[in-house]
Design a protein around this ligand. Sequence first.
Ligand code: ADP
Ligand code: ASP
Ligand code: MG
Length: 589
Amino acid sequence: MSELIVQKFGGTSVADPQKILAAARKAIRAHQRGARVVMVVSAMGKNTDMLVDLASQVNEKPPAREMDMLLSTGEQVSVALMAMAIDSLGHKAVSLTGAQIGIRTDSTHTKARIRSISTERMRRLLDEGNIVIAAGFQGIDEDFNITTLGRGGSDTTAVALAAVLGADACEIYTDVDGVYTTDPRLLPEARRVERISYDEMLELASLGAGVMHNRSIEFAKKYGVTIHVRNSMADTPGTLIVAQPESRGQAVCGAALTRNEARVTLRGVRDEPGVSCTLFSSIAARNITVDMIVQDVGESGRADISFTVPEAELADTLQAVEAIAEELGAQAVEHDRNVAKVSVVGLGMAQQTGVATRMFRRIADAGVNIQMITTSEIKISVLVDREFAQRALREVHQAFELEKEVTVDAFEASPQIGADAADVVERLQGAGMEDLMIDEVRLDETQARVTINQIPDTPGIAAQVFEMVAEAGIFVDMIVQSHAAHADAASLSFTIPRDSLQHGLQVAKSIATTLNCGKVDSCPEVAKLSVSGVGMRSHTGVAIGMFRALTEANINIALVNTSEVRVNVVVDGKSGQAAKLALEKAFGK
Ligand code: ADP
Ligand code: ASP
Ligand code: MG
C-alpha cells in the first residue's frame, strides 16, 4: 500500500488565500509523489480569537456548548477553502468536519477528549484518489453536539488521525522552524532542536511551550507516532518528536514560561487524611488543571496548601474552594493573580546533581524572588512575580547554555509501538483513545525528609541552601518550597537518602542559623510513592485518585509533586507498604 501522510497546517499557515494555496501545493506535491494525504487544518489566522472576542461581547460567560458551536466554524471555513484551492490546482479533494469523520468525544465542551475515530470514510475517499481535508480541533459527542478539544487542539486532531490511520508520517506545519529550547519570540537566542523526546515535549508543552498542544504528544507517545514539526513557509529540517532525546548528556533540553498563572493558598487547614482529596476533587469536578501543589508540613495539626491554576480559571477555582473552605477548617483563602511559572525540563536531570541549584542561583543573582518551588524527575518549576518572569526565563536559558549547539546522539530507531495498524485499532476499542494509561505504582523507601521552617521571603535562599547541601555531597531528590503567608513564613522541604540524614540535618541547621530561619525538622524515614503513565497531569483525576486511595487507607500526605508522566507523594515511612497496596488497588495494578 502506498505511503500515508498527515499534514497539519496551523492558523498562520492558512491565514490568507495565498497561504492556503501554498499549503495546497505542499499536499499536492506529496500526493504526486504517490502518497495518500490527509490534511488537518486550523482556523485562518486569528479567527478563533476573534470568535472568542465576539462571544464575550454578547455574554460574559458564554455557555460552553454554544462556544463550541461558534468556534468550530473557524475550521469549517478553512477546510472548505482548502478543498477549493486544491480543486483549482486540478486535484481531487474533499473536506470533512469532525462530525463527518466520526471524531467522537466526551461532552466536556471547550476541552473535550477524543473517545474514538472512525477511519472508514477517510480511507474510502483516499482510495478514490482524494486528498482528505479534516477540520482540526473539533468532534461530536454522543448526542451529536459539536465539541472542541481546547485551544491549540488541531495538533491533537492531526496526531490522533495519524495514530488511527497508522500513518507513515505526521507533519506539523507552523510559523517557526521547529521546536526551540524556548519560545523564540520571547528569546531570539533560543536554538532549534533537532530532536526532542515525547516526555520532554509533553512536559514543555504543558508548562507553556505553545508550539504543540500537550495532548497531541500524549497520543504520539501512546501510539508511537513520529511527529515532524516544520516551517510551512521555508524548507528547513524542522524537529522530530520521538522516544529518544537529542542528547543524553544534557541535563536540560528546554525552558518554558507560563505567564498567566494564579496562586491560591488555603491557610491553616486541618492536617489530616482526606483534606487534599476533598479540595482537589472539588476543583477537578470543574475540569480545572491544577499545578504546583505544595503542602506545608503541618505544625500543631494545621497545614497550608498552595497550588496554581491558569489565571483564566481562577474565578471558577475560587468558587470551588470557597464552597468547601469551612469544611476543611481553612482559616483563610488567599490568592495572587500576578504570578508566572518558569520551568526547565530535561530527561537528563535525573542523573545529574546540582541542576536545581544552578537554576535557583541564577534567578537569585538576577534579584528575582522565588515564591514557590516544585520539582519532579524531569522538571523544575518556580513561581515568580509576573513582572520578572521573562527576565527569569532568559537567565535560566543562559544558565544552562541552551542557545549553544549540542552534539546530537546517533538516532536509534525505536520499535514502533503503533506500527501494527491492527494492534492500534484493537487498542482503540472499548476505552476512549485519550483515556488515562497507568504504567506502574512504585515505592521508594530509601529517603528521609528535611524541612527548614520560616525561611525569609527574599531572593537567594533556595540557592544558598542547595549550594551548601551540594557542597556536603548530599543528593537531593524532591524539593518543595511553600508560599509565605507573611514575611518569613515559607518553608523549604527536601528529600535525601536516609543514610545522609544526620549530615543533612547538620547542614540544614547551620544554614538555618546563618540565614535566620526557623526550626529545622525532619522525618528520618519517608516513603515516596510514584504513579506513572501518560497524561498524568492533564487527567485531573490521577492526583485525586491517589489522594482518595490514601485517605481511605488513613494515610496522611506530607509532600506532593505532579508532572505529565508521574505523580509523586511522600508519606510517613511506616505507611509505605500500605500506601503502595492502596494505590495498586485504586489503579488496577
Ligand atoms: P499554529 O497556528 O501553527 O498551531 P502556534 O501559534 O499554535 O502555531 O504555535 C507556534 C508558536 O509557538 C510559535 O510562533 C512560537 O511563538 C510558539 N512557541 C512557544 N514555545 C515554543 C518553542 N519551545 N519552540 C517553538 N515555538 C514555540
Ligand atoms: N483554531 C483553534 C485555536 O486557535 C485550534 C488550533 O489552532 O489548533 O485554538
Ligand atoms: Mg497551535
